[in-house]
Design a protein around this ligand. Structure first.
Ligand code: ARG
Ligand code: ZN
Length: 881
C-alpha cells in the first residue's frame, strides 16, 4: 500500500507555542537496549494563553513509563499519549513541573537520530527533530531552556560521560558499584535540537585556549582508542577558528570547556551541539597516510563551521525551521571567509563556486528547487540542502557587497548584540543591515523568497566614435514547479573593462544602472547600461569574484576568452575565462561525438592550457584548478536537455588525451618537479601536490608509451594519501595495466582504516568503465561493505550515482535500477540517508528519451513501494511532479 503524503508545514502558519519550557533536568540511565530517561520540565503558560489550554508535546516512537505534575502522578483521564504525542488536557495555569519517564532502545536506532550507538559509543543527533525520540518535548527551535543533564552508565562500558555546557559533578553511584554518573549544566538557554550527550570508552587529546577576555577553555577531542594521533590537525583548526572569530567577528567563546567527539556512524557532516560538537569522524581524523589534502581542507572548514555556530546558531538561533538559512547560510559564509584567510582567497573562491555550480545549480534548476528560505516542507531533514547552505552563503556574500565591508561589520555587530539569546528570523537579520547602512533591503530580500538561478544575458556593443560601450542586460528565471514566473532581483555584478594592454580601463560615467565602485547593481528585468569615455573596445570582465549566484551568458569569442585567461586582473575571472573556453570547446566535441564525427580538440584551448602549465609565476593551486576541465556533470548541466552522458564522456576523454599528448614535454617537466621532504598539510604544499597530480592525470591520458609505468611507479612511491589516491584513480579509471594489483595493495595497506577504505570503494564506484556496475554490485556484497554505515554507503552507492554520470546513466537503465534497489533497502533502516541518495535522480528529465524513461521507471518503482518513509516519499513525489 502506498504511504500517504504527510501534510505540509507552512511558514505562514507559524505561531508560538502556548507554553514554554524554561528548564530541563534530564536523568539518563544508559543501557544498550533499554535506556531509561527521566525528564523534569519546568513549564510556564504564556500570558496570551487561556488557562486550561491543552499542552501538546512531540514524541518520536517513545514508550511512556511515568508521568507526574508537581510531583503527583496524574490520572489517566487527564492526558492522552501515543508514541508520537503526549497531550495534557488541562495543565496548571501557574508554572509547574512535569516529570516524564520514557524508555528507549539505542541499539535498535538505525535511523541515527535521537540516542543511538556507534561502535559501542552512545551518542545523540537531535537536529532537526531528534530530541523528541529521547523524551516528549516542545521540540521546536523557539523554545529555549536551561539544561542540566545527569548521565549514568556502567563504568566499564562508558568511562567517559559528556553533556552540554560545563561539567558539574561526577562519581560512583551509591549501591551500584559497577555504575557511575556525571552531571553537566549548560547555563545558556537553548533549543532542544542543540542537546547532546555522549557516553563511551573513548580516548582523547587535550589542549587549551585563552579567550581575549581571559577565559581559559579546556579543549578536548574524543575519539576511539588508537586514533589519538589523528587529531592534531582538527585541534589546530579549532584553535585557529576560535582566534579568528574573535578577531574578525568579535565573537568570543562562552563556556569553560569545548568538546568534540568523532563517531564513525553519522548521517551528516557534524553537529554544533552547545559545548559538545559531534562529528562524522571523516571531518576530524587525519594523518599523512590516510587523509588527502582535500580531507585536511574539509576538516579545517567543518571544525570552523561547527565552532562558528556557537554564535550564529546557538547564541542566536532560528525561530522556526523555515529560517534554517539564518544559521546555515551565515555560518557557511563565515567558514568560507575563515578558509580564505587561512589559504589562498582566490583558490577558495574558485573551489566554492565549483561546488555551488555542481551541487546547487542543478538542484535549483529541477524538481527539488526551493527558495533559500522555503515556504513549506513535509520533512525538514530534506531541506539541509545546497540551496539553504551554499546559496544561503552567497546571499550573505551579496549582502556584504551591497552594504560594504564596514556596513557588514556594523550589521553583524548589531545582530549579535540585539538578538543574543533569541530565536529569530531572516527579517530581523536583514533589518540590522538596513539600519546601519541606511539602505532599503526589501528588494534584496527576494533572494530568500524566490527559487531558481537567474540567467543574466549581456550583449555589448562598442561605438568607437562616441567612445561608448553599451550593454543590453536582461535577467530571467526559467519556470519551475510551483513557480511559473519570476520577479527581477537585485544583482551585484562586479566588473572591469580590460584594455588591449591587459590593464583595467577607466571610464567617465555610467547611465542606466547604479554603479558602486566596481559593481554594477542590476534590479530590472531589462536594462541598457551605457559607459562613456571608453577609449577602445574593451574585453569585458563581468561577474568578477562570482559576485552573484547567477548564470551569465555574455557571448565572447574564443580569442577574447584566451586574452582574459591570461590578463584578467581578477583571479576568479581568469579561471572562469579558461573554464568557459574549455566548456565551449567541449560542447562542440559533444556535438561531434553525438554525430559520430571525429573528435578534434580546438587549438586555442590547447594553447591556453599550455600557457597555464608553463606559467611558473602563478600559484600552483590556482594552476591546478585552471588546468582541471569542467566535469561531466558540469557539461551535462550546460547542455541542459537531451543529455547523452556517453557522448559527454567521449568528448572529455578526447580533450584530455589531446592535452596530454600536445604538452607531453611540459607535463614530464612538471612531474619531475614533485617535491620530497617531510609532509606538510598546509595549503602551499597541498597546491604543489595538486599541480603535480593534475599534470600526472594529463600525462596518463596522453599517448606516452611509459604513462602506465610512471603512474604505477608514483603509486608505489607515494608517501601520502593525496598522491597515492591520485595515482590509484588514474590506474583504475584509465583501466591501465597494474590497476588490479594497486587496488589490492591499497586495500591491504588500509584494511584497518575505514576512512581510507571508503576511498577504495569510491575509486571503483566512480570508474567510467562499462564493467563498473558489475564491480559495484560485487562490492555491495563485499565483506568490507556495511550497509549500516552512512559513510560506506556514500562511498559506494552515492559515489556511483553522483560521481559516475556515464555508468549511473547507462542507456539500459541498469544503473538507475541498482541505485533504486539501494534506496528501497536503506529506506526501512535509515530514511535520511535513503532520501539523500534518492536526490541523485533529481535531473532525470534532462536525459535523452531512452534514459529518462528508465529513470522515471526507477522512480515509479520507488514511489509504489509499501511503507516508504516520509523522507523518501517527499523526494520521490517532488521528483515525479
Ligand atoms: N547543523 C548541522 C550543520 O550544518 C547539520 C545537521 C543536519 N542534520 C540533519 N539531520 N539534517 O552543521
Ligand atoms: Zn551548519
Amino acid at each position: 500500500m502506498r504511504s500517504d503524503t504527510a501534510p505540509a508545514i507552512r511558514l505562514e502558519d507559524y505561531s508560538p507555542a502556548p507554553y514554554t519550557i524554561e528548564a530541563v533536568a534530564l536523568d539518563m540511565q544508559l543501557a544498550p537496549k533499554a535506556t531509561q530517561v527521566h525528564a523534569r520540565l519546568t513549564i510556564r503558560r504564556l500570558t496570551d494563553t487561556l488557562p486550561g489550554t491543552p499542552l501538546v508535546l512531540d514524541g518520536g516512537g517513545l514508550e511512556l513509563t511515568s508521568l507526574s505534575v508537581n510531583g503527583v502522578a496524574i490520572p489517566v483521564e487527564s492526558y492522552t499519549v501515543t508514541p508520537d504525542k503526549l497531550e495534557l488536557l488541562s495543565p496548571p495555569s501557574e508554572p509547574f513541573e512535569l516529570e516524564i519517564g520514557t524508555r528507549i532502545d539505542p541499539d535498535a536506532n538505525t535511523q541515527l537520530e535521537g540516542l543511538y550507538r556507534s561502535s559501542g559509543t552512545y551518542c545523540t543527533q537531535c537536529e532537526a527533530e531528534g530530541f523528541r525520540r529521547i523524551t516528549y518535548f516542545l521540540d521546536r527551535p523557539d523554545v529555549l531552556a536551561v539544561y542540566t543533564t545527569r548521565i549514568e552508565a556502567r563504568k566499564s562500558e562508558a568511562p567517559i560521560l559528556l553533556g552540554n555546557g560545563n561539567p558539574v559533578e561526577s562519581g560512583p553511584v551509591p549501591d551500584k558499584p559497577e555504575r557511575h554518573f556525571a552531571i553537566w549544566h549548560d547555563p545558556h538557554p537553548k533549543p532542544s535540537y542543540l542537546f547532546a550527550m555522549v557516553a563511551g570508552d573513548l580516548a582523547h587529546v587535550a589542549d587549551s585556549f585563552t579567550t581575549r577576555s581571559g577565559r581559559n577553555v579546556d579543549l578536548k577531542i574524543y575519539v576511539e582508542h588508537g586514533r589519538e594521533d589523528k587529531c592534531d590537525w582538527a585541534m589546530d583548526s579549532l584553535k585557529r577558528s576560535m582566534r579568528w572569530d574573535e578577531e574578525v567577528f568579535g565573537c568570543e567563546y562562552d563556556l569553560d570547556v569545548f568538546n568534540i567527539v568523532a563517531v564513525s556512524d553519522f548521517n551528516m557532516g557534524a553537529m554544533e551541539n552547545k559545548g559538545l560538537n559531534i562529528f562524522n569522524d571523516k571531518y576530524v581524523l587525519a594523518d599523512q597516510d590516510t587523509a588527502t589534502d582535500q580531507d585536511y581542507a574539509n576538516i579545517e572548514a567543518v571544525i570552523a563551521h561547527e565552532y562558528f555556530h556557537n554564535w550564529t546558531g546557538n547564541r542566536i538561533t532560528c525561530r522556526d525551521w523555515f529560517q534554517l538559512c539564518l544559521k546555515e547560510g551565515l555560518t557557511v559564509f563565515r567558514d568560507q571567509e575563515f578558509s580564505s584567510d587561512m589559504r589562498s582567497r582566490a583558490v577558495k573562491r574558485i573551489s566554492d563556486v565549483r561546488l555551488l555550480k555542481s551541487h546547487q545549480f542543478p538542484e535549483d534548476a529541477g524538481p527539488l528547487a526551493h527558495p533559500v528560505r522555503p515556504r513549506k516542507y513535509t520533512e525538514i531533514n530534506n531541506f539541509y540542502t545546497a540551496t539553504v547552505y551554499e546559496k544561503g552563503a552567497e546571499v550573505v556574500r551579496m549582502l556584504k557587497t551591497l552594504v560594504g565591508a564596514d556596513g557588514f561589520k556594523a550589521g553583524t555587530d548589531l545582530y549579535f548584540q540585539r538578538h543574543d539569546g533569541e530565536a529569530t528570523t531572516i527579517e530581523a537579520f536583514l533589518a540590522c543591515f538596513a539600519e546601519v547602512s541606511g539602505q532599503d533591503l526589501s528588494h534584496f530580500a527576494l533572494w530568500y523568497e524566490q527559487a531558481g538561478t537567474p540567467l543574466v544575458e549581456v550583449e555589448s556593443s562598442y561605438d568607437a566614435t562616441a567612445q561608448s560601450l553599451t550593454l543590453q542586460i536582461s535577467q530571467e528565471i526559467a519556470p519551475l514547479p510551483g513557480q511559473a514566473d519570476s520577479k527581477p532581483a537585485v544583482i551585484p555584478i562586479r566588473f572591469g573593462l580590460i584594455g588591449s594592454d591587459g590593464a583595467d580601463m577607466s571610464f567617465d560615467k555610467v547611465e542606466g544602472a547604479e554603479v558602486r565602485q566596481d559593481c554594477l547593481i542590476l534590479s530590472q528585468r531589462r536594462q541598457t547600461v551605457r559607459f562613456s569615455g571608453v577609449s577602445e573596445r574593451p574585453a569585458l570582465s563581468l561577474l568578477r569574484g562570482f559576485s552573484a549566484p547567477v548564470k551569465l551568458h555574455a557571448p565572447e569569442k574564443d580569442q577574447d576568452l584566451a586574452f582574459r585567461a591570461a590578463h584578467d586582473s581578477d583571479p576568479f575571472n581568469r579561471w572562469q575565462a579558461s573554464q568557459t573556453l574549455a566548456t565551449q570547446s567541449l560542447l562542440r566535441l559533444v556535438r561531434a561525438a553525438e554525430a559520430g564525427e571525429e573528435l578534434v580538440a580546438d587549438s586555442v584551448v590547447l594553447d591556453v592550457f599550455g600557457s597555464i602549465l608553463s606559467d611558473g609565476s602563478l600559484d600552483p593551486a590556482f594552476r591546478a584548478l585552471s588546468l582541471q576541465l569542467p566535469g561531466e556533470a558540469d557539461l551535462a548541466r550546460e547542455i541542459g536537455k537531451n543529455v547523452d552522458p556517453t557522448a559527454v564522456l567521449k568528448a572529455r576523454d578526447a580533450l584530455r588525451a589531446a592535452l596530454g599528448s600536445t604538452h607531453m614535454d611540459l607535463l614530464r617537466a612538471a612531474l619531475s618537479q614533485r617535491e620530497s621532504g617531510p609532509f606538510d598539510p598546509g595549503a602551499e604544499a597541498a597546491g604543489k601536490r595538486a599541480l603535480a597530480n593534475q599534470a600526472l592525470a594529463y600525462f596518463a591520458a596522453s599517448d606516452a608509451s611509459d604513462a602506465a609505468l610512471i603512474v604505477n611507479d608514483l603509486f608505489d612511491r607515494a608517501d601520502n594519501m593525496t598522491d597515492r589516491l591520485a595515482a590509484l584513480t588514474l590506474l583504475v579509471h584509465g583501466d591501465l595495466p597494474g590497476a588490479q594489483a594497486a587496488l589490492e595493495a591499497f586495500r591491504n595497506r588500509h584494511e584497518t582504516s575505514s576512512l581510507a577504505l571508503d576511498k577504495w570503494f569510491m575509486v571503483q564506484a566512480t570508474a567510467p568503465l562499462s564493467s563498473t556496475l558489475e564491480t559495484v554490485r560485487d562490492l555491495a556484497g563485499h565483506r568490507l561493505f556495511d550497509e549500516n554505515n552512512p559513510n560506506r554507503v556514500r562511498s559506494l552507492v552515492h559515489a556511483f550515482a553522483t560521481g559516475n554520470p556515464s555508468q549511473f546513466g547507462r542507456p539500459d537503465g541498469a544503473g538507475f535500477s541498482f541505485v533504486a534497489d539501494h534506496v528501497l533497502a536503506l529506506d526501512a533502516r535509515n530514511p535520511q540517508v535513503a532520501a539523500r541518495l534518492l536526490t541523485c535522480f533529481r535531473s532525470w528529465r534532462a536525459y535523452e528519451a531512452q534514459r529518462s524513461s528508465h529513470a522515471e521507471a526507477a522512480l515509479q518503482r520507488i514511489s509504489e513501494a509499501e511503507n516508504l518513509s516520509r523522507d523518501s516519499r517527499d523526494i520521490v513525489d517532488r521528483c515525479l511532479q
